[in-house]
Design a protein. Sequence first.
Length: 98
Amino acid sequence: MELTFKAELWEWQGQGAWCFISLPKKYYEEIRLINAAPKRGFGSVRVEATIGKTAWRTSIFPDSKSRSYLLPVKKDVRKNEDLQIGNTTSVKVRLLEV
């Protein structure tokens, strides 16, 4: 499954300076059902993400409160793609085999 969308980069307001992009809510149930097999930590799903020319492997995490999955965007990616908190960017996410 491959998803392409535009979304805003935001910063977690808890401890640490984690930055995320929320996947569109319309994909929440479909991803959850596809990955109904044995759960990884926190219900995470392995993905390959691409922003601009930067691709990396990571996991997306379900957020039941917002009914979305959260894509962590590490500092190197933000630096390579000149992304700041509040910027909207194009994102491609490919779910990897379970």
